[in-house]
Design a protein. Structure first.
Length: 605
């Protein structure tokens, strides 16, 4: 009833029948273009540059554009953030007949694009051109005329082009202070990249959009994607530690940030003092960023520190990737560390998974509920892409793809928390007491809940029925053709992006499920007059939640609430997530009731 009174947003979203797309320039104007060469004596140096007045390059882009370990790869794309700009550099390591240069020429061609065009400034649209220029200069490093030509063609022409609040941008990121009177749903840092609708079929789309790695993201992390998503929702500082090349890790940074956005309709129900609607992506960082990361961490102890407009995201959490392992050892700088397998792990007989940990080496595992949800998600994607086994399979490749996916799922069980003794006792008792009917009913209810997150996303016409409303439009503007099958100049029907769109919609619906269920619980607590009462003692089945740190009255969270959120009623980490989610978005304290087994009204475990 509370939901109906409040106008809770539904989890069902569809494309509008009529197009309402803002046409964006083919390439975002650039505020700087530079060439970095490697010299065996001087190291990386800027050998050519052009920039708008006031754009700092020296002593900055050399380090951000070229993370450690690039000498081991032949090419790479590196994304980074520098002040109010998104940076992209294309790196080339080409063999040459020059012993003085150690028989290799290493260089990078990069650009800076104003962040007014999105959390990456749509910099990926320049990727193909930058790679071509870098390859040409690797053959003849003196031919810098190609750089001057590119600068003249694509430079920002006036002050509005590289202003962080361009009026030409329909959803420019007018960053607002947390003291703003505007409703929370309208204070988000939005932009053309993550605020405009998807491009219509037939529009030429960039082949380097990070969202094309969304399915790879799921295969890489398995069910661990869910605790990572929850940490991102809590606006934690998340560091991905890996090796060169870094393009894929940068793509993962972008995607996790996108998946953890608060859908606009849900954000409108939150207060202005709640956490930001997006997680700040920093992309590639290194040892030279340690001082700024340390400074950024100082206000993070207070999630509601009032900051000037220009610093409104400082201390609000971030996600980044690095090839400098020293950062992984400084656990005061991050809240969650994701360590990627070494490059040679791809040749291992068994799948090698990333490790996820909290400070002081506390390992993070997926819950049993996460594993079941992950199987459901992968099955939905498989149905969407046609990788399902039917009585008469269409092709042998279809069966092979399904079997490979199934083997991956079985292997992912090692990432999951073991079943607790209480859960085992409950299952055994319920099986004995109800001849299995209760367990089958619970399983059917859970399966229906998971299916609802994927409803209307798996039909054959999904390309034209995918969400393009606030859930998706607030996150991503243009998905791009797969490099392996479509050329950069060929028009793309948006139907080819259906799996990627479905993954975004799925996680946004899951986020809505988390927050709207908690809003119901808050309303129910207020209606019952329990909000001002003291917490029930722990031996009554309640676990107290940090009373001293609470900023508001307590909220009763029983196992039914946790189940409706789609979480594991037996998982201590999921219970802690609920507590932190209430503190982060509602300034409330949670009293979480543990699930147990009762016989004749007496709790036995």
């Amino acid at each position: 009833m509370a939901a109906s009174r409040r106008g809770q947003p539904e989890l069902h979203v569809r494309l509008p029948s009529s197009p309402s797309v803002v046409t964006l320039p083919d390439l975002p104007p650039i505020s700087a273009l530079f060439l970095i060469d490697f010299d065996v004596k001087a190291g990386y140096t800027i050998s050519w540059k052009a920039s708008r007045p006031g754009v700092e390059l020296e002593g900055v882009v050399e380090y951000k554009s070229l993370p450690s370990g690039l000498h081991t790869v032949s090419e790479d794309l590196i994304y980074f953030v520098h002040g109010g700009y998104a940076g992209l550099s294309a790196f080339v390591n080409a063999p040459v007949d020059d012993t003085a240069a150690r028989n290799a020429r290493m260089l990078a061609v990069g650009v800076l694009v104003p962040l007014s065009y999105g959390r990456l400034g749509r910099a990926w649209k320049h990727a193909e051109s930058l790679k071509a220029i870098a390859s040409k200069l690797a053959v003849n490093s003196k031919d810098v005329g190609v750089l001057q030509e590119y600068w003249e063609k694509n430079q920002a022409r006036d002050s509005t082009d590289d202003s962080p609040t361009s009026k030409d941008d329909p959803e420019s990121p007018s960053v607002k202070s947390k003291t703003s009177k505007t409703p929370r749903g309208h204070t988000r840092n939005r932009s053309a990249s993550d605020g405009t609708a998807l491009m219509l079929p037939g529009h030429r789309l960039s082949p380097f959009h990070p969202a094309w790695s969304l399915t790879k993201l799921l295969d890489t992390f398995g069910p661990l994607i869910f605790p990572i998503h929850r940490a991102a929702l809590l606006r934690k500082r998340i560091l991905i530690s890996g090796h060169a090349p870094v393009e894929e890790a940068c793509n993962f940074v972008y995607n996790i940030s996108i998946l953890s956005n608060i859908p606009l309709a849900t954000a409108n129900l939150l207060s202005s003092s709640s956490a930001p609607q997006r997680l700040r992506p920093l992309f590639s960082i290194g040892v030279h960023d340690i001082p700024s990361l340390a400074d950024d961490a100082r206000p993070s102890n207070n999630a509601h520190t009032v900051l000037p407009d220009s610093e409104s995201e400082v201390g609000t959490g971030w996600i980044a990737c690095t090839t400098d392992s020293i950062l992984s050892k400084k656990d005061m700088l991050w809240d969650m560390l994701i360590t990627m397998p070494p490059p040679h792990a791809s040749n291992a007989k068994k799948h090698v998974w990333p490790s996820v940990e909290l400070p002081h080496g506390v390992a993070v595992k997926a819950s049993q509920r996460d594993m079941r949800r992950f199987r459901s998600l992968k099955a939905g994607i498989a149905r969407m892409e046609g990788n399902v086994v039917v009585s008469t399979p269409n092709t042998p490749q279809t069966v092979a793809a399904y079997q490979e996916d199934d083997a991956l799922l079985d292997d992912a069980e090692q990432l999951v928390e073991p079943t607790s003794w209480t859960a085992l006792a409950y299952s055994g008792f319920m099986w004995w007491a109800s001849a299995g009917e209760k367990l089958r009913s619970d399983e059917a209810e859970e399966a229906a809940q998971d299916a609802s997150l994927f409803s209307d996303l798996t039909s054959s016409s999904v390309g034209m029925n995918m969400p393009r409303t606030a859930d998706i439009a607030a996150s991503i503007s243009s998905l791009t053709p797969r490099r392996s099958s479509t050329s950069a100049s060929a028009p793309l029907d948006i139907d080819e992006a259906r799996a990627e769109l479905a993954i975004i919609a799925y996680f946004h619906r899951l986020t809505t499920q988390f927050l709207s269920t908690l809003i119901d619980a808050i309303d129910s607590t207020s209606d019952s007059g329990m909000g001002d009462e003291s917490p029930v003692e722990e031996d009554d089945g309640l676990i107290d939640g940090d009373e001293e740190d609470s900023q508001g009255p307590g909220v009763q969270i029983d196992s039914d609430v946790i189940k409706r959120m789609g979480l594991d009623i037996w998982s201590a980490s999921d219970a802690e997530f609920v507590r932190q989610l209430l503190r982060t978005y509602f300034d409330r304290q949670a009293y979480v009731e543990g699930k147990g087994v009762e016989v004749c009204g007496i709790r036995v475990c």
